[in-house]
Design a protein around this ligand. Structure first.
Ligand code: NAD
Length: 397
């Protein structure tokens, strides 16, 4: 298809974007390594049925204005390439560029003079102007200036993807002025609230610091919650009256899960360390630690409550109610709630799981036994942070 936009990576972030572009009267070729997903989309079937608003768009445009393929050569006639594949971190908290490198190399092979490449994947600062540019130039034998390169980090939130693309502010910045302008003019056609910033580096940084803000504030809420509990202060009530225009104490939790926030602070911490700055990022590191340690805090509270039940500890039926990483989102990636259930299971406790978004079969596929909360001796309600002892567990599970 000539003059189409290619969206590389049709995941939780890429597919809603591709569908929104198609809904703005443009032809889109989505490229994804998952052939099953491509088939579904081409048949108008939405592989992300829980994403509000997406179903209609895939039904309407899938296989028509939005075509999916596993083959990069099907996108060879496109003039715009939007990259939105994941970038995770490895066990040393360093970015794992495998997916991104693979995608960029494949684009490089089909790149032509005048094409525009936009990186939507959240990346450490400098990635677009150094690594991505280098990989594209190596593969294509073209130079920046023959093609244009910009960064416009995806800022959606699972469960709100379509509405966010329609009204949430989005930024775009180029590795040079011309690239920024070209990308901005393209994005204006399908993102109503697009802002041009001075560089790709600034655009990259905006997305990361947004994640850092959330992580640090959730860590603060978790710390205050723990202190309130020692002081026997009702944290919910205190938080409600403490918050106003200049004070936004976040919700405490079991930690931070999902694809985004737990990873982004490491992009800055590791980049700073690479440059020899080891003591500049104490707050970001501490926030990460505080949030990850919440799992153990809650396990301790659960077990302390189990000891109040008149049964041997390993026979107490514990139900972790809610194991997705966020309430209302059917996704368990880096879920701290699931981690609590996993650790209790590993330690030999009699742990079960229930979740309003997951069927018994889905829970079993994740390696847990299902139990309805009423049948447990102790229920940990992970989203409301409540541990309840059930004096009369129902026998019917
Ligand atoms: N999910 C969110 O809510 C969200 C929000 C904001 C930003 N983001 C960002 O969007 C990016 C993508 O995340 P996601 O949540 O969509 O991930 P995802 O795991 O849901 O989807 C990624 C997709 O990319 C495909 N893929 C992997 N390697 C590929 C390759 N070489 N070529 C083509 N396709 C390939 C996978 O098959 C998959 O379908 C990440 O940088 C993430 O941080 C995600």
């Amino acid at each position: 298809m000539n003059n189409s936009i290619a969206v590389i990576g049709l995941g939780a972030a890429g597919l809603p974007l591709a569908a929104v572009i198609a809904s703005n009267n443009m032809n889109v070729i989505g490229v994804d390594i998952n052939s099953k997903k491509c088939d579904l989309i081409n048949h108008g079937v939405n592989p992300l049925p829980d994403e509000p608003g997406l179903q209609n768009l895939i039904k309407k445009y899938g296989g028509g204005r939005l075509k999916a393929s596993t083959n990069y050569s099907d996108a060879a006639n496109c003039t715009v390439y939007i990259i939105i594949v994941p970038l995770f971190i490895d066990e040393n908290h360093l970015p794992d560029y495998n997916h991104l490198h693979e995608a960029v190399k494949n684009i490089g092979k089909i790149l032509k003079r005048g094409d525009v490449i936009v990186v939507e994947t959240t990346v450490p600062p400098y990635t677009t102007e150094t690594l991505i540019r280098k990989w594209l130039e190596e593969e294509s034998n073209l130079k920046l200036g023959d093609f244009y390169l910009a960064c416009s980090p995806e800022r959606i939130m699972t469960g709100y993807s379509i509405s966010r693309l329609k009204d949430f502010p989005k930024v775009v910045g180029g590795v040079d002025k011309e690239s920024g302008l070209k990308a901005y003019n393209i994005y204006k056609k399908f993102i109503p609230n697009i802002k041009l910033v001075s560089s790709a580096r600034v655009a990259e940084f905006i997305k990361i610091i947004e994640g850092c803000y959330r992580d640090v504030n959730i860590a603060l809420a978790n710390e205050l919650f723990k202190i309130a509990s020692i002081l026997q202060v009702d944290f919910k009530e205190a938080r409600e009256y403490a918050n106003h225009a200049y004070c936004n104490i976040h919700q405490p939790s079991t930690g931070v899960g999902g694809h985004c926030i737990p990873y982004y602070p490491w992009f800055l911490i590791k980049e700073a360390e690479r440059r020899g700055f080891y003591d500049y990022f104490r707050l970001l590191k501490t926030a990460r630690e505080i949030n990850d340690e919440m799992v153990y805090y809650w396990i301790k509270i659960i077990l302390e409550n189990c000891l109040k039940i008149n049964k041997p500890l390993t026979q107490v039926k514990i139900c972790v109610n809610g194991i997705t990483f966020r309430k209302g989102v059917k996704n368990t990636h880096y879920s701290r709630n699931m981690k609590i259930a996993e650790i209790l299971k590993e330690k030999g406790f009699n742990v079960y799981v229930s979740d309003e978004l997951l069927s018994k079969k889905e829970i079993e596929t994740l390696g847990f036994h299902y139990l309805k909360p009423e049948a447990a001796d102790l229920i940990f309600d992970s989203f409301n942070l409540e541990v309840k002892i059930n004096p009369n567990p129902s026998l019917d599970d």
